[in-house]
Write a protein that binds this ligand. Structure first.
Ligand SMILES: NC(=O)c1ccc[n+]([C@@H]2O[C@H](COP(=O)([O-])OP(=O)(O)OC[C@H]3O[C@@H](n4cnc5c(N)ncnc54)[C@H](O)[C@@H]3O)[C@@H](O)[C@H]2O)c1
Ligand SMILES: O=CCc1c[nH]cn1
Length: 488
C-alpha cells in the first residue's frame, strides 16, 4: 500500500509528558486518506484518565518553564524550527496523508509555516517586556505574566500550521499547551510535539490528546485551564467561547468566513485572476480566509471569467503525492457531501456553472474546482461558508455599492481588493469590515503579520507580537517612594 509512511508515522494516539501514550479503551477514530478513502491509521479518543495525565503534567511543568529566561525558551523553539525544516519532506508527506492536500502545496505551506512561527516566536521570547510610568515621586511598572495551562483546539485544514501557530506563542511566553487536533486530521500535531521535545522542550509542556468535540469541551471547562484558543467553525466557536467565558477564561477564536475580493476596472486582470484562484482553490478551497465572493467590475467581468475559466481548467488533478499535482480532494466525505449539497442548491437557485460543478469520478473525496456566475447577493452560495472549491463571481459598477455589499455578511475574517489606484485601495480597505485584508495579493500569512477575524469570524489575533499579549496577562506593580498618608 502506498500509504506506508514509516519515517513520519506517529507511534501512538497521544503525546503526554514527553512521550507517546496509547490507551485503546478510548473510542477508535479512523484516519482516512482523502485521496483514496483508505484507512491508513487508527487513533483512540482520550479517556478521562488520559486527560487527567495531560492536565496534571502540563500544570506541573508550566511553573518551571515560566521561571526560565525567555532566551532559553526561545532557543528550544528555534531548534524545533530547524528540525522541522530538515524533515520538511517527510512531514509534508504526513500532512498530505492527513489532509489530502497535494505534496506540491504541503512542501511549501504547512511544516514550513509551522517552522516560521516557531522561529518567529522563538526570536521574540527574549523580548517579553513591560512598561513603567511615573506618578510624582511614585511609579508603577507592568510585567507580562504567562496565563498557565492553555488549550489549543484545531480544525482539519492546516493541522501542522494550527498546532504551531497556537503552540509557539503559548510556549514562548511561558505557558504549557494541551492541543487537541481535529478528529479528521489527528496525525501531524503528534509530530510537532515529538519534535519540540527532541529540540529540548521539557516534558509536559506540549501535550497532544485526541478526540471529538466532547474532549475539547472537557478541556475547555477544566478548572486548571486558563485559556482556550480554537480554530474552527462559527457554531463551535460560540459554544467554546460561552463555556470558557462562564469560567472567566480567556479565548482566541479563529473562525469561519465568507470573505469578499473586489476587482476594480483598472486592476491587472492576470494578477486578479491569480488572487482569486489562490483565494478559492488552494487546499481545494478549505482555507478559512478564502475570498469566495468575488465582486468584479461589470466592465471587465467577461474578460475576467474567460481568463479564469481557461486557467482553472489547467489545474492538475491527481495523486496528491505526485509533485506535479496541484489540486487535491476534500479532506472528508462529510465535507464533500456539504459541498455537493451547496452546488445542488446553487443550481436550483439559478446559478450558472462556468466551470466544474461536478464530483470527480475517482476513489476518495474529489470535486472539481468550480466557478459560479449569474448570482445575486441573497443566494445561499453567496451567503454561507461552503469551505470547498467553489468561487462565486458577482458584478458591480460603483465603489460605494460594492463596499456595502462586501460588508453585508455576519462574517468579517478577510477581504481583498485589486486595483492600480493606490488611493482608492486605501480608501476602500479602510471601509471593509474584515480583520485581515490584502491589496493586490491574497491569502499570504507571514508570522509577523496579525491574522484573525472581526464580527462572527473571531476574537483576538494569531501571529505577530500581539499573539504574545493574548497568551499573557499584565501584572501591574505600584511602587510607593514616600511615607504612607492615612485619614486616621
Ligand atoms: N479563522 C481561522 O484561522 C480558521 C482556520 C481554519 C479553519 N477555520 C474554520 O474551521 C471550520 C472548519 O473546520 P472544522 O470543520 O474542523 O470546524 P469544527 O468547528 O467542526 O471543529 C473544530 C474543532 O473543534 C472541536 N470541537 C467541536 N465541538 C467542540 C466543543 N463543543 N468544545 C470544544 N471543541 C469542540 C472539533 O473536535 C475540532 O477539533 C471552517 O468554518 C473554517 O472557516 C478557521
Ligand atoms: O485556514 C486558515 C488559516 C490560513 C490562511 N492561510 C493559510 N492558513
Amino acid at each position: 500500500m502506498m500509504t506506508d509512511f514509516p519515517n513520519a508515522r506517529p507511534t501512538a494516539s497521544h503525546f503526554i509528558d514527553g512521550t507517546y501514550v496509547e490507551d485503546t479503551t478510548g473510542a477508535p477514530i479512523p484516519v482516512i486518506y482523502p485521496a483514496t478513502g483508505e484507512t491508513i491509521a487508527t487513533v483512540h479518543a482520550a479517556t478521562p484518565e488520559i486527560l487527567e495525565r495531560a492536565l496534571a503534567s502540563a500544570t506541573r511543568a508550566q511553573r518551571d518553564w515560566a521561571a526560565m529566561d525567555g532566551t532559553s525558551r526561545g532557543r528550544i523553539l528555534r531548534r524545533a524550527a530547524d528540525i522541522i525544516r530538515e524533515r520538511n519532506h517527510e512531514l509534508s508527506v504526513l500532512e498530505t496523508l492527513d489532509t489530502g492536500k497535494p505534496l506540491q502545496e504541503t512542501l511549501v505551506a504547512d511544516a514550513t509555516s509551522g517552522a516560521d512561527a516557531l522561529e518567529y516566536f522563538g526570536g521574540l521570547a527574549a523580548d517579553l517586556t513591560g512598561t513603567s510610568m511615573q506618578f510624582g515621586g511614585d511609579w508603577a511598572y507592568t510585567i507580562p505574566r504567562p496565563l498557565g495551562v492553555c488549550v489549543g483546539i484545531g480544525a482539519w485544514n492546516y493541522p501542522t500550521q494550527i498546532a504551531c501557530w497556537k503552540g509557539a506563542p503559548a510556549l514562548a511566553t511561558g505557558n504549557a499547551m494541551i492541543f487537541k487536533p481535529s478528529e479528521s486530521t489527528p496525525l501531524c500535531a503528534l509530530k510537532v510535539a515529538e519534535i519540540l521535545h527532541e529540540a529540548g522542550l521539557p516534558a509536559g509542556l506540549f501535550n497532544v490528546v485526541q478526540g471529538m468535540g466532547d474532549v475539547g469541551a472537557a478541556l475547555t471547562t477544566d478548572a486548571r485551564v486558563a485559556k482556550v484558543s480554537l480554530t474552527g467553525s462559527v457554531p463551535t466557536g460560540k459554544k467554546v467561547a460561552a463555556a470558557a467565558s462562564a469560567q472567566m477564561k480567556q479565548v482566541t477564536m479563529e473562525l469561519g468566513g465568507k470573505s469578499p475580493i473586489l476587482i476594480f476596472e483598472d486592476a491587472d486582470i492576470d494578477d486578479a485572476v491569480s488572487g482569486a484562484i489562490n483565494g478559492n482553490f488552494y487546499s481545494s478551497g478549505q482555507v478559512c480566509s478564502n475570498g469566495t465572493r468575488v465582486f468584479v467590475h461589470q466592465s471587465i467581468v467577461q474578460e475576467f471569467l474567460e481568463r479564469l475559466k481557461s486557467r482553472v481548467e489547467t489545474a492538475v488533478i491527481g495523486d496528491p503525492l505526485d509533485e506535479a499535482t496541484n489540486f487535491g480532494p476534500m479532506t472528508t466525505q462529510a465535507q464533500l457531501d456539504i459541498v455537493l449539497r451547496h452546488l445542488d442548491t446553487a443550481r436550483a437557485e439559478g446559478a450558472t456553472v462556468v466551470t466544474g460543478g461536478i464530483r470527480i469520478d475517482r476513489e476518495g473525496f474529489w470535486i472539481a474546482p468550480t466557478v459560479l456566475s449569474d448570482l445575486t447577493d441573497d443566494m445561499t452560495c453567496v451567503r454561507e461558508e461552503i469551505f470547498g472549491p467553489v468561487m462565486s463571481v458577482l458584478t458591480f459598477t460603483d465603489e460605494d455599492e460594492v463596499i456595502a455589499r462586501a460588508n453585508d455578511t455576519e462574517f468579517g475574517l478577510s477581504a481583498g481588493l485589486f486595483t492600480r489606484d493606490l488611493t482608492r485601495a486605501h480608501r476602500v480597505v479602510a471601509q471593509l469590515q474584515a480583520g485581515t485584508c490584502w491589496i493586490n495579493q491574497y491569502n499570504l500569512t507571514p508570522p509577523g503579520m496579525p491574522f484573525g477575524g472581526s464580527r462572527a469570524s473571531g476574537i483576538g489575533r494569531e501571529n505577530a507580537r500581539m499573539a504574545m499579549d493574548h497568551f499573557t496577562e499584565v501584572q501591574t506593580v505600584y511602587v510607593g517612594m514616600s511615607p504612607v498618608e492615612a485619614a486616621y
